[in-house]
Design a protein around this ligand. Sequence first.
Ligand code: URA
Length: 506
Amino acid sequence: MTDLEPAAMTVVRLDKKGDFAEWRAAARHLLAQHIPPHQVDWRGPDNDMSLFGDQLGAAPIRQEKAEGRAPTISLPRELVDMADHIICHRSADVPARLYRLFWRVQADRYLLGRKTDDDVHWARKMVKNISRDIHKMHAFVRFRHLGVGDDGRENYAAWFEPEHLTLRLGAPFFQRRFSGMNWAIITPDARAIWDGQRLVMGEGGQRDDVPDHDVVEQQWRAYYGAIFNPARVKISAMRSEMPKKYWHNLPEAQDIASLLAGAEQRVAMMQAAEHQTPNKRTEKWQKNAQAALADVLGGAGDGLDAPENLEQLGRSLDQCRRCSLHCAATQAVRGEGPVDAALMMVGEQPGDQEDLAGRPFVGPAGQLLTEMMAQNGLTRSDIYMTNAVKHFKFQPRGKMRLHQRPTAGEIDKCRWWLDLERQMVRPKFIITLGATALRGVLGPKGKLADLRGQVIPLSDGAVLFPTIHPSYLLRLPDKEKAAEERAMFAADLRRAAQHLAAAGVG
Ligand code: URA
């Protein structure tokens, strides 16, 4: 070949879109043969016509791939995981751009760390898009009840239209969550079927494949109507959390327009009622929401009752989908302690160890807290210990799960559970540990820096003591500063213990 001759193009024909195994096998073959990205013409089932045509002496490699095992090429695990997501994106240039990344990483093992590199930036953005699409699927799939099958198991089906080809990655979540029933999720591109034993992927379908009404639908609507709080309506936030394109598959969305239309009137009524009886509004709202929640959970075949006590609340909590944190966490961590505790201690969220154990405050911060409580007049077994956010929020880093602070939105969503716990335990005193816990109790009203050390009366008659989170003490590198902060934290605990003793409950 002279310099003037064009290099031969290698045509890769992919049979399926979004099939990572197929793309990866082809990419490994290409890498093993040292074929650079600009000499590869990727074609999918929808773009069989190559940009260059076949006249450039293309040498399809599909046959080779089908015959032999893909050669072993060493690639960073992180890139493989990213590619597994990115391949689900619908953009036609994904196979080619991904291959360029795989090619470049062979020569530069640190490529992924170069955040300003165009290819790396593109890849990270694509992973984000796909993860968002999977989250939307987890939040917005609604199963229709089809009846009981020959095997005696309940059958459910859902129609869903994800933006990308994400069913393969999204379906295992439903397998974990709804393992006790048979279900199918049908999308235009693929379907996932779970029969209690195996999760199988198949061909896509049509909306008509799934009935669009059933009894569970009424329950979703009742639930949504009950938890709809007109005083908190923020239409833009609502749209971004529940984008309009998903509405036609959501039973509860049919009610949004009428709920919004009546919102102003309901707010006025609620404000008027609040002047006469401060807590009536919350009580009524909570009662409706509890009844509706019980309907939804019971209707989905779990046989759960309304959360009327802490035990039931714990079981309902396991089903919580109020925000996306449940997706990655092992389990919701419920509060723990006597139902009539005079003191409630509210932390931020379960940590790594709490997430695995299903119990609050058992990890390093919890151990330090328990020790310091005992030294300063507070007995852990007398106290109701809970968290503002019930699921562990983390970022995976290799084998580690690094703690991440919950957002204001996540704290506010989870307040629904904390409020129920407060109503059931009715503590006379509450200690909040850190800013998240403070927001969980007070809402966006106060800053920890301003309120720490104060004694704050709450509208339900309880008294609040805001202090720092013990994990802060564990993070301080300076020994002197750590000792100073520890002494202040101990003083905060002692002050609370003295108030309890003065009230005759310590
Ligand atoms: N930190 C918290 O805030 N809560 C726990 O349960 C554990 C650690």
